[in-house]
Design a protein around this ligand. Structure first.
Ligand code: CP
Length: 331
């Protein structure tokens, strides 16, 4: 695995990069993925976004490819956007949810997906609460695996859609840009994928948040850490605030939501410290009034719903790339 892990939970993964040597049927993380690979995907996604907007989907890139969306954790944006992307590219799709499956009868994760793979599934889109679940499945299944979020490890398509949204907001220029990530960095797969992707594109990153929610090895990632959110946001080109996971309070890592909001919440006054054209991102789901005020979430600098639209386009681009590898291996 390339680079440095944020937490001890980071798993080893086969070809952890995206399409490192040749187009791969897997997408497990953004760690080790090159600038050129990221920009190529963003360009492909931009073409899909135009097709979506002009109602030119479905196309046929995934005709003859069967995809299973295997979600072992709740999701709105990721699951729906993958389904739309798969349908938009002409795949045969099936969706699997833990609650309505034989997992509740004790079947293991691997056996469950082996059963589905035997039904000639070519690609799995997997969300799981365990870091490393996607890599584990990629090692044991012949099908391609796209990581839709594994524990605290990575959420690579979220990272790519964030980069695509910044590419749009920054008119394609990543050089001399600085992005701020605020909140629970230590437990966030979204932050990890964003850090790997932004670093590959040469963007300077400042992190801000309670000390209890900062990973121990942060400096080895090449990010700087600000003591106050105001220090982080002053002069920045973008801020991404993360969802506060309320269960962290029970673990004693957060004193109270009110205090978090007062110290680290993204308010209009704090947004005004950034550059005039700077933008506000949030991966969702949002806790309005906690990590972000409704005024900012719905304000002129918010690109939160652009992120959602770009999510479908990025997933089209990733699926097309992975499906091309699957078809190539069949030939
Ligand atoms: N950003 C994100 O992963 O949202 P969902 O949990 O709704 O998929």
């Amino acid at each position: 695995m390339h680079g440095t892990a944020l937490t001890a939970s980071t798993p080893a993964s086969p070809g952890s990069g995206l399409f490192s040597a040749s187009p791969s049927r897997h997408l497990l993380g953004l760690e080790g993925v090159s600038r050129d690979e990221i920009l190529e995907l963003i360009e492909s996604a931009a073409r899909y976004r135009e097709k979506m907007r002009s109602r030119q989907l479905p196309t046929g890139e995934l005709r003859g490819v069967t995809v299973c969306n295997a979600f072992f954790e709740d999701s709105t944006r990721t699951r729906v956007s993958f389904e739309l992307a798969e349908q938009g590219l002409g795949a045969l799709i099936t969706s699997f949810h833990t609650g309505a499956s034989s997992v509740s009868k004790g079947e293991t994760l691997l056996d469950t997906l082996r059963v589905i793979a035997s039904m000639r599934v070519d690609l799995f889109v997997v969300r799981h609460s365990s870091s490393g679940a996607a890599s584990y499945l990629a090692r044991h299944l012949k099908a391609g695996v796209i990581n839709a979020g594994d524990g605290r490890h990575e959420h690579p398509t979220q990272g790519l859609l964030d980069l695509m949204t910044l590419h749009q907001a920054w008119k394609g220029r990543f050089e001399d840009r600085r992005a701020v990530i605020v909140g629970d960095i230590a437990h966030s797969r979204v932050a990890r994928s964003a850090i790997f992707g932004l670093t590959a594109l040469g963007v300077e990153i400042t992190l801000a948040g309670p000390a209890t929610l900062m990973p121990a090895e942060i400096e080895s990632l090449g990010c700087s850490v600000a003591a106050r959110v105001e220090d982080a946001m002053r002069g920045a080109d973008a801020v991404m605030t993360l969802r506060i996971q309320k269960e962290r309070m029970e673990g004693g890592l957060l004193p109270s939501l009110n205090e978090y909001s007062r110290e680290w919440g993204i308010t209009a006054a704090r947004v005004a410290l950034m550059k005039p054209e700077a933008v506000v991102l949030h991966p969702g789901p949002m806790n309005r009034g906690v990590e972000i005020t409704p005024e900012v979430a719905d304000g002129a600098r918010s690109v939160i719903f652009d992120q959602v639209e770009n999510g479908v386009a990025i997933r089209c681009a990733v699926l097309e790339r992975c499906a091309r590898a699957v078809k190539g291996e069949r030939a």
